[in-house]
Design a protein around this ligand. Structure first.
Ligand code: 6PG
Length: 253
């Protein structure tokens, strides 16, 4: 499998349609997998209604929850009960509302002494799940990676100008400092680990994101522009976030 150069651009007329489209595509990706499925979740506010929708009909009864393993692309280095916790948000939105085996949920270990140590531990967990220490371009780690887009062009917790952007060997790194204020340390998968997926889906909503989407899709060297997948790359946006040049997608999206 070679890196997919041109992303698929999908523009939903509004947020509710973006949510329906996202859950349909998540279910479709799960249906394509014949055994264990690995999904890497994003944090932030945009995915919350999508996660909540996964816990409702028909998905709550139709998805093979026992076969799906849930990982995170990044985390704020805070306890899971903290309101800034990405794992905490996803648990409240859907994971704790469904009968999912405890062993299928893989939160980042924010009880570690520091973000760097948490990254080392999570890398070991990912390699254990994958069954090897080196990523094989023919055997993706994930079936689906969900990503968001920050107003500064960051994705996961890979921030502009950060050393993590050029990490080629580590799968997970600790981020002690970045431009955002107030900043809590982060733990983030690196681009090579995020790329090891059958499908990478950016989820972007709202007019306030249109400017940065334009910069990323026009190839400006922002972190999100560096994200690629060994499989399929799709940008799923609503009308507010998608630059005018991209019309609302027609037909079944
Ligand atoms: C995080 C995310 C981050 C997020 C963007 C967009 O932990 O904050 O993983 O990369 O996706 O900051 O966040 P919003 O969806 O809230 O705009």
């Amino acid at each position: 499998m070679v890196p997919n150069k041109q992303p698929e651009i999908v523009v939903a007329p509004d947020l509710p349609t973006l949510v329906e489209t996202a859950v349909k595509r998540i279910a479709a990706r799960v249906a394509k997998a014949d055994s264990t499925v690995a999904i890497c979740l994003t944090g932030g506010s945009t995915p919350k209604p999508i996660y909540q929708r996964l816990a409702t009909k028909p998905y709550r009864s139709e998805l093979p929850w026992h076969r799906i393993h849930w990982f995170w692309g990044d985390e704020r280095f805070v306890p899971p009960e903290d309101e800034r916790s990405n794992a905490g948000m996803a648990r409240a939105a859907f994971l704790d509302r469904l009968r999912i085996p405890h062993a299928n949920i893989h939160p980042m270990p924010t009880s570690a002494p520091n973000a760097h140590e948490a990254a080392l531990q999570y890398e070991i967990e990912l390699k254990h799940f994958y069954g090897a220490d080196r990523l094989d371009p023919e055997r993706p780690l994930f079936d689906l990676v969900l990503l968001g887009l920050g107003s500064d062009g960051h994705t996961a917790s890979l921030f502009p100008g950060g050393p993590a952007l050029s990490e080629e060997h580590r799968w997970v790194v600790g981020i002690e400092q970045a431009g955002l204020a107030p900043f809590v340390p982060r733990v983030s998968l690196t681009f090579p680990a995020l790329a090891a997926t059958r499908e990478m889906m950016f989820l972007v909503s709202g007019q306030d994101k249109r400017g940065v989407v334009e910069r990323v899709l026009s190839g400006q060297d922002l972190p999100a522009a560096r994200a690629h997948a060994i499989g399929h790359l799709v940008w799923l946006m609503d009308r507010g976030a998608a630059p005018e040049a991209y019309p609302v997608s027609s037909g079944e999206i």
